[in-house]
Design a protein around this ligand. Structure first.
Ligand code: E4P
Length: 216
């Protein structure tokens, strides 16, 4: 299982890269818009430069021709650029055309097994299932991930399943157990994963004994 950071914030990305735990990065227009006062192109180019792995950059249109124009531009920014296209007929057409041009794609906002199958059939390198948003609709996201993984395995599908829309730490474990190839996780949850009160208590206890010993 790989871990990506779901962020367009350079400081967060740099910090997580320094821990040695991030295999890639996903951004989206909402995350990019939160980087107030930063130039979008310069920010993304910097992310592409520092991340030693795939970086997803999402198109900002639902129009096929516009998608293709944006995709070619993003792909020219770095060898590790992956163009995120929205799930839907136009997105699937874009995936097919971009594949022929050798541009990697990630079909985003998949909420069902069927959508992920279509993304794979069109030739996407990645299909992103949105864990919390699937749950918001009353469906069981773990089952959606498990079923997608199973069908992809049965048919030797090479498309990687990214689970995004992580809003609780437990969802990281559930999606990992469901067989997701990649989890894309916001910074706050990656930081939270490193913490446990019993760890802090144990380390404090050891240091207390060590300091007492040294004082004698
Ligand atoms: C994934 O690629 C998306 O950027 C992201 O995980 C969406 O998450 P949200 O549902 O919290 O907006």
């Amino acid at each position: 299982m790989q871990i990506f950071i779901d962020s367009a914030n350079l400081e967060e990305i740099k910090e997580v890269l320094s821990w040695g735990i991030a295999d890639g990065c996903t951004t989206n227009p909402k995350l990019a818009s939160q980087e107030k006062g930063k130039d979008f192109e310069a920010n993304i180019k910097e992310i592409l430069k520092i991340v030693n792995g795939p970086v997803s950059i999402e198109v900002t249109t639902n129009d096929l021709n516009e998608m293709l124009k944006e995709a070619e531009k993003y792909a020219s920014w770095g060898k590790n650029a992956v163009v995120k296209v929205p799930m839907g007929i136009a997105g699937l057409k874009a995936v097919k055309i971009l594949k022929e041009k050798g541009i990697k794609t990630n079909v985003t906002a998949c909420m069902s097994v069927g959508q992920a199958i279509l993304a794979a059939k069109a030739g996407a390198d990645y299909a992103s299932l949105f864990y919390s948003r699937i749950g918001d609709m009353g469906y069981n996201p773990t089952k959606v991930v498990e079923d997608t993984v199973k069908i992809f395995e049965l048919s030797n599908v090479r498309t990687k399943i990214i689970v995004g829309s992580i809003r609780h730490l437990m969802q990281v474990i559930d999606s990992g157990l469901a067989g997701a190839h990649i989890l894309t996780v916001p910074y706050q949850f990656l930081a939270l994963m490193s913490k446990n009160p019993k760890t802090d208590e144990s380390i404090a206890e050891f240091l207390e004994h060590w300091n007492g010993y040294k004082e004698k």
